[in-house]
Write a new protein. Structure first.
Length: 61
């Protein structure tokens, strides 16, 4: 089973690159049982979206 350290690292990496199928699967399993990492993952996606829309807004100016 993946531990929290690995899981948070996977989440961060997943924001930068496409994770391998096995990695995604292992991460999913961990997120199912771990509130902390689920939150971390949600925040990561939120931050990425926010950064993206900020960049887009800048490009639209
Ligand atoms: Zn965890």
């Amino acid at each position: 089973m993946m531990n929290c350290k690995e899981a948070t690292r996977m989440v961060s990496e997943g924001l930068d690159r496409e994770l391998a199928l096995g990695e995604k699967f292992r991460l999913r399993l961990h997120l199912l049982i771990c509130d902390y990492c689920r939150n971390f993952s949600r925040q990561g996606e939120f931050l990425r979206r926010a950064a993206r829309s900020a960049a887009k807004r800048k490009a639209d100016d």
